[in-house]
Design a protein around this ligand. Structure first.
Ligand SMILES: NC(=O)c1ccc[n+]([C@@H]2O[C@H](COP(=O)([O-])OP(=O)(O)OC[C@H]3O[C@@H](n4cnc5c(N)ncnc54)[C@H](O)[C@@H]3O)[C@@H](O)[C@H]2O)c1
Ligand SMILES: [Zn+2]
Length: 342
């Protein structure tokens, strides 16, 4: 087990990687407990849930809305949940985003913690305090930054994930290697078979290094005014692919990272061999690296996403494997580069 501390202005948050879910009661305050989870997670783990009011939502993005938040507020009121209670989100990114949002807004905020149960959740979504819901089809439009007291990341819980959900979490893992840590990138290259076979030691290392990387970035830049933007590596392109083709996030990030790396090469920052190395690693983890038929369209979506805030865009590029930089480019520069790449 390893403990990571996330320090932000108002708060110290504990991230426990490799702790077993069965020890959850050790971390809970002596307060009435409300558990927010989803139907799939409950089906696997409800037997081991601690004592408390259980609110289970339908699995999927349709539960990350103001409507389901308002149904939950209603249940909390009906059960006379007050400020002395503690909210525990047990689930993937959808559940922790929603539970964190409820805990941050109901009665102007209760204390809360997470048991993060997907790979994407353990290395990304549950860490950093961004809580929120979608609005009218726009992702994460309504929300608040507020840190949980703790996040438990038990890699053993990942064994019950659908294989495709498990694989997609590796897109974010590879991202940390690419933008921050060449040694970790090499570790991922060497250990892909063990990782994909859920080797416990390898998975604890992977989740531990990733969770620490995200925590350090958030500790330095909670409100995303600088360094935290690097976490968007591959994501500006990925969001366009998700919109255009309905590709799931992890797959779109795989393709987006390759696109960002190719752009970095085009701008003279990295070599063709480095682009290939990133591409090969993404392929080793069973994720796609190209999407036929969509190239120039990507620019149009990126441009439309940029309705707010001027005619330039922050691109996250690679200076080498393990080092990202932030470059402001104008939309017309970006269009030329994308046309060239296509
Ligand atoms: N807050 C942030 O900083 C942040 C960062 C990245 C992503 N996100 C958000 O995270 C969400 C995606 O999260 P996700 O990929 O974890 O999706 P998810 O929460 O939908 O989980 C994926 C699927 O796996 C099931 N599941 C979860 N844990 C399981 C387990 N241990 N065993 C079996 N099944 C399990 C879920 O029921 C669901 O069907 C998106 O809404 C995204 O916006 C937030
Ligand atoms: Zn992502």
């Amino acid at each position: 087990m390893r403990e990571i501390t996330l320090n932000t202005s108002g708060k110290t948050s504990r991230i426990l990687v490799g702790e077993t879910f069965r020890n959850i009661s050790t971390y809970l305050p002596d307060k009435p407990l409300v558990i927010i989870t989803d139907e799939n997670v409950a089906a696997h783990y409800a037997d081991s849930f601690p004592e408390g009011l259980i609110i289970s939502v339908k699995a999927g993005e349709s539960s990350k809305t103001l409507n389901s938040a308002s149904e939950i507020y209603e249940k909390l009121i009906r059960n006379e949940i007050d400020r002395q209670s503690f909210i525990l989100g047990i689930g993937g990114g959808i559940v922790t985003d929603l539970a964190g949002y409820i805990a941050s807004t109901y009665l102007r905020g209760l204390s809360f913690g997470f048991v993060s149960t997907t790979l994407l959740g353990q290395v990304d979504a549950s860490i950093g305090g961004k809580n929120g819901v979608n609005y009218e089809g726009y992702k994460n439009m309504v929300g608040i930054i507020r840190q949980p007291d703790f996040v438990i990341c038990d890699p053993e819980m990942l064994n019950t994930l659908e294989p495709s959900e498990f694989r997609m979490g590796f897109a974010e893992v590879i991202k940390y290697g690419a933008i921050l840590d060449q040694d970790f990138f090499e570790f991922l290259e060497r250990n892909h078979e063990q990782a994909l076979a859920h080797d416990p030691g390898i998975m604890e290392e992977i989740v531990g290094v990733s969770a620490r990387a995200k925590s350090e970035i958030v500790s330095n830049d909670e409100n995303e005014s600088g360094e935290r933007k690097k976490l968007n590596f591959g994501h500006t392109f990925a969001h366009a692919y998700e919109k255009l083709s309905g590709l799931p996030h992890g797959e779109a990030v795989g393709i987006g990272m390759v696109m960002a790396a190719r752009l970095s090469q085009k701008m003279g920052l990295i070599t063709e061999a480095e682009v290939k190395r990133l591409r090969d690693l993404i392929l080793l983890y069973g994720l796609p690296v190209t999407y036929k038929g969509l190239c120039t369209e990507v620019f149009e979506v990126m441009k439309n996403d940029k309705k707010r805030g001027g005619d330039s865009i922050s691109l996250i590029l690679l200076e080498s494997i393990g080092k990202a930089i932030i470059r402001e480019v104008t939309l017309s520069e970006l269009k030329n580069w994308i046309d060239d790449l296509c």
